[in-house]
Design a protein around this ligand. Structure first.
Ligand code: CA
Ligand code: CA
Ligand code: CA
Length: 338
């Protein structure tokens, strides 16, 4: 009588193969599940922002077609608290959305192209540095939905964007100055190795912008590097005035002085009206650039009235000493047409 062994269970190899297959399937499927979940959250976010946009537009209709102030917008629009939560950001952030500061008090009729004028967008934090959930620039829009931000626009439509249309020019000079600039002098900071446009003493630096979208004003931001012995409001070896403006406008957007080797400067005020402590209002610690003979970095923000498809922004000084004595440069220039 022959006995045939009947196998029970699996061999170790079979078990390992099954485990390997499960692991491979899991590796393939888990990212798909994560993407599907994120897609669902994004859909909720789009629905939230559509309600917010509708509420902002209803408020606008009730207030002489004027957009709400960025300081009161979240109270002005009457939406359920849950609508203000971006599901990707989570309930820990009660207001997940930001309102563009530059929309404050603007008239609906002023917007040349409502289809690309922002009303609301994913915002990185629940309490903004300046005022409650206001967007001041591109960096304050959070690209948290698979590299995109959900944004609502002034015509009521909602889309997902990787770039805000209202911000069209950004220059960091890391690979030189583009032909938009009349001067291509690039230097590198001793500390941090930042490339910037400069250094200059009495150079009139011009930025020529073309093919601008329809707008009523220009918003310009830059990091201004003030280097060596600036004399501020001192009439001896000064005043050391720095200006930024739009060519053709009667007054510059910024007209101020900076001091490193004198006690008083006009910034953050205007020259000649204001006297403030030297090196005050800087956006970084003293000497963060490591320039021999001291330096300060100022984050300059200004708006100027402008219409038309081309514009020229100027950055210059008034009767400075030589670049060996005192100099300046600019970095991270962002221009928005609003
Ligand atoms: Ca740079
Ligand atoms: Ca000097
Ligand atoms: Ca001087």
């Amino acid at each position: 009588m022959s006995t045939k062994t009947i196998r029970k269970g699996f061999t170790l190899i079979e078990l390992l193969v099954v485990i390997a297959i499960i692991a491979i399937l899991a590796a393939i499927l888990f990212p798909v599940f994560a993407r599907a979940r994120e897609k669902a959250r994004q859909t909720t976010c789009i629905s939230n922002q559509r309600q917010i946009a509708t509420s902002i537009l209803m408020y606008t209709q009730d207030h002489d077609e004027t957009f709400p102030s960025s300081t009161t917008v979240w109270n002005d629009i009457k939406v359920d608290a849950g609508v203000l939560v971006c599901p990707t950001k989570g309930k820990g952030t009660p207001i997940g959305y930001g309102y563009p500061e530059w929309r404050s008090g603007q008239a609906l009729g002023e917007l040349p192209n409502p289809t690309n004028r922002l009303l609301c967008a994913d915002f990185p934090q629940s309490t903004a540095i300046l005022s409650g959930n206001s967007i001041y620039n591109q960096n304050e829009v959070a690209l948290r939905h698979s590299g995109h931000a959900v944004c609502a626009f002034a015509d009521g439509h909602v889309g997902d964007e990787s770039q805000i249309n209202e911000i069209f020019s950004k220059y960091d000079f890391e690979s030189g100055a583009s032909s938009d600039w009349n001067n291509s002098t690039i230097s590198t900071t001793p500390t941090g190795g930042r490339k910037y446009l400069g250094e200059f003493a009495n150079t009139n630096v011009l930025l020529n912008l073309k093919s601008l979208p329809g707008h009523c004003r220009l918003h310009v931001e830059c990091d201004l590097f003030i280097m060596k012995t600036w004399d501020g409001n001192n009439v001896s070896n000064g005043p050391d005035i720095w200006m930024m403006g739009i060519t053709g406008n009667p007054t510059p957007m910024i007209n101020t002085t900076f001091a490193i080797s004198y006690t008083l400067q006009a910034y953050p005020g205007t020259y000649p009206a204001d006297s403030n402590p030297s090196r005050g209002g800087a956006s970084e610690a003293n000497n963060s650039l490591g320039v021999a003979g001291s330096d300060n970095v100022y984050h300059i923000v200004a708006d100027g009235l402008h219409t038309g498809t081309t514009a020229q922004v100027y950055f210059n000084t008034n009767a400075m000493q030589t670049a060996g004595d005192e100099s300046w440069g600019i970095d991270n220039v962002v221009v928005s047409a609003l």
